[in-house]
Design a protein around this ligand. Structure first.
Ligand code: ADP
Ligand code: MG
Length: 704
């Protein structure tokens, strides 16, 4: 049960005054809670990406044009647009509140007169903050950011935080909501961090740290390496490390069973493969099989870049327990990926007599009931699916091995759910996250690691080029040649958060245009499509019925069509390096030489240029990950922060690596002394687990 002290923070955002369903939806989007109701905790953990410095308070005669200033003015008169030109600007004449010498025109477009007359009453003094400009020799300010009276001035933040937004949400709406939410942060929460550690680092309490970041006193407060930010990052990292440590303790404490098999089934699969396993695949299989045979529980990470061939390793692992007459489950993060695994596995399974079924949100009614019955009876050997696998009704006869394909997400959550699923289940986590080796253990917990370092034989480096978007005609001509040679082409259009509908429209438009040009061989797949339609589009492309597939980034994860050898990525400048690498990994899988065209819209900032250059240079996922970290440290040209480390809101790999190590040690120490979290600090730490959504771990405590 959640500690009652936290209840105010878990109230929905809509309990704040002035937030109705429309705003709630926008808040859900900007806070990353599209599917569930956004709560106050999400608001207070929505941290600024920068700030506007309003500290410059010159007299009007000393204002430097094109800088942000906060000035005191007297309102001299309103000049609304004439009735016959309602779209003309609304001007308000003001002059210096002190000497009255210099004047400043405040200019508004599409503003309501009654609103402005109330905001800036004639004859009165107001404080106005914004960017002043020179227009025709006159000092002007278009749409001041803030207008306040004497009383408001005291509360005006001179270091004004800037937050990530979403289309339709006004900064002031977000600011106001955050301010209200901050007031509801309980001041009496027990401190979960060690007092000495806090003191040594100069860290304030949780509530105070939040306050300092949202109401900064100086610019440095807003940096991700400031004391208040580091405090929160440490909180988040410690919550993550505690959850992992609890999971590990639980997994290790209940011994495993050991599955015995001679390896005949595995050998038959290997014989049925159209290729030879790479040396690192063979090593990985040997490691896994040795683990499975041992009576201890396996906790192993299989790390390998996209295209390195993790699926077949997973299947061979499953074959071991199946030969021992037990069951295996393979869980993927998305529907498409689950079906992709199934289509890789199904023919091999059929060849050797392994009974496979798929279970996702889409199997319903009688079909689903049939699968569940067969599963419980042991008539299914390997169940492939999405998180639907871990619903309560899903019962195995004897689940021996759970394989979780995390791709590049950190799904501690799923692993926790899984830990509750069976007795003594061995766990294999697949990941394509090419995070630097030193951080693997800390991010994934204390797992054994097998890495697929080499690519399957015969793979060629993808020829990658960057081309400005205004040379689109040449690109289309190149695509025409490729299609004529019988090649298969992905055309990726980005979906960026700000406006999904606008992006989708862009993808549909591109699809329509390419279809006019290339006819029936063109198809479209995007995230808003219904599951079966998505599968249909992928299947037609895989079969070669269509040969040019326009896609949004839904193809990013795991999709495997070896015949595809050309990829066009539109607006490549909008993608992060890791994402570009994942996308490009979809081609270059067959014997054919592959080409990737990165179309960008200039002008490019330095960081973006560097990103694209790295893509041209290398296809080594580890090198790309390292470069990515370096570049991210220098900030993003778009001014939007690349969100923290995957699965984290506050912590950032490149800045908080030392905190991460400390959190790992701290978690280990805490649990060695207080494995059930019942001491005063333990009780306080339970609060922390809830605040950072690691509360699944608390159920492990209850389960014992
Ligand atoms: P990922 O590691 O990204 O999940 P997959 O398991 O999807 O990679 O494998 C990518 C492709 O490589 C598949 O088409 C698979 O059949 C093929 N493949 C896997 N291992 C080998 C190998 N040793 N030699 C050649 N092709 C392989
Ligand atoms: Mg895969």
């Amino acid at each position: 049960m959640r500690p009652p002290a936290l209840n105010p923070l878990f109230a929905p955002v809509s309990t704040l005054p002035g937030i109705g369903p429309r705003l709630e939806k926008l808040f859900g989007r900007v806070l990353g809670r599209d599917d569930e109701r956004p709560r106050l905790i999400d608001l207070v953990l929505h941290l600024p990406t920068g700030f506007v410095d309003r500290r410059s308070r010159p007299r009007l005669s000393e204002v430097k044009p094109d800088t942000v200033v906060t000035v005191a003015v007297r309102v001299d008169g309103h000049r609304p647009p004439p009735p016959h030109r309602p779209r003309a600007p609304y001007n308000i004449d003001t002059s210096d509140a002190g000497d009255g010498m210099q004047t400043l025109t405040l200019t508004y477009f599409n503003a309501r007169r009654d609103y402005l007359e109330k905001l800036l009453p004639e004859g009165e003094v107001r404080y106005v903050s914004g960017t002043a400009t020179l227009y025709d020799g006159h000092l002007q300010m278009v749409h001041p950011d803030r207008v306040v009276d004497e009383a408001g001035l005291a509360a005006l933040p001179l270091i004004d935080p800037v937050y990530p937004l979403t289309e339709g949400l006004h900064p002031n709406q977000l600011r106001k909501a955050i301010a209200l939410a901050l007031e509801r942060v309980p001041k009496n929460l027990p401190e979960w961090q060690d007092a000495t550690w806090l003191k040594r680092n100069g860290f304030a309490g949780f509530a105070e740290a939040l306050e300092r970041i949202h109401r900064p006193q100086e610019p440095a407060d807003i940096n991700s390496d400031s004391a208040p930010w580091s405090r929160l990052a440490y909180d988040e990292l410690l919550a993550g490390q505690l959850a992992l440590a609890l999971l590990r303790a639980q997994q290790r404490s209940r011994g495993g069973r050991g599955s015995n098999a001679a390896g005949r089934l595995r050998a038959r699969i290997v014989a049925a493969l159209p290729y030879a396993l790479t040396a690192s695949q063979q090593h990985a299989v040997a490691d896994i099989v040795a683990d499975l045979a041992r009576p201890q529980r396996m906790l192993r990470l299989l790390q390998g870049d996209v295209g390195s061939g993790k699926t077949v390793v997973a299947l061979l692992a499953a074959a071991h327990v199946i030969e021992a007459a037990r069951q295996a489950a393979l869980m993927a993060p998305t529907e498409i990926l689950a079906r992709q695994h199934l289509s890789t596995i199904a023919p091999l399974a059929a060849a050797v007599g392994i009974r496979v079924a798929v279970l996702t949100g889409r199997e319903r009614g009688r079909e689903r009931a049939g699968i569940l019955t067969a599963l419980a009876a042991g008539e299914i050997d390997l169940l492939v699916g999405t998180h639907a696998l871990f619903q309560d009704e899903v019962a195995f006869r004897d689940l021996a091995l759970a394989i979780v394909d995390e791709q590049h997400r950190f799904g501690v959550h799923q692993r926790l759910a899984l830990a509750r699923k069976g007795e003594a289940v061995d766990l294999l986590v697949l990941t394509a996250t090419p995070i630097p080796r030193t951080l693997v253990l800390t991010y994934f917990g204390d797992m054994d690691v097998s890495a697929l370092r080499e690519k399957p034989a015969g793979r060629q480096k993808v020829d990658t080029r960057t081309i400005p978007l205004d040379r689109l005609d040449e690109v289309i001509a190149a695509v025409a040649r490729a299609l004529k040679e019988g090649r298969r082409v992905y055309w990726v259009c980005p979906l960026v958060e700000e406006s999904e509908s606008v992006d989708l429209a862009a993808a549909e438009e591109r699809y329509a245009e390419l279809k006019r040009r290339f006819g029936a061989s063109v198809d479209l797949v995007h995230g808003r499509m219904r599951g079966p339609d998505k599968d249909g589009a992928m299947a037609r492309f895989a079969a070669g019925d269509t040969r040019l597939l326009v896609a949004t980034t839904v193809i990013e994860v795991g999709v495997d069509v070896p015949e595809a050898s050309v990829m066009v990525i539109e607006h490549a400048e909008r993608f992060g390096l890791a994402q570009l690498h994942q996308l490009r990994g979809r081609i270059g899988r067959g014997a054919e030489r592959s080409t990737c065209l990165l179309l960008y819209k200039g002008p490019l900032g330095d960081t973006t240029k560097a990103r694209l250059a790295i893509m041209r240079e290398t296809d080594d996922g580890f090198r790309i990950a390292e470069e990515d970290l370096k570049l991210r440290g220098e900030g993003d040209v778009l001014g939007t922060r690349q969100s923290g480390a995957p699965g984290f809101r506050v912590a950032r790999i490149e800045l908080h690596a030392t905190l991460l190590t400390a959190a790992r040690d701290d978690a280990a120490l805490v649990l060695s002394r207080d494995p059930k979290l019942t001491s005063p600090r333990g009780e306080a730490l339970r609060h922390l687990l809830y605040l950072f959504a690691r509360d699944e771990a608390i159920r492990l405590l209850a389960a014992g």
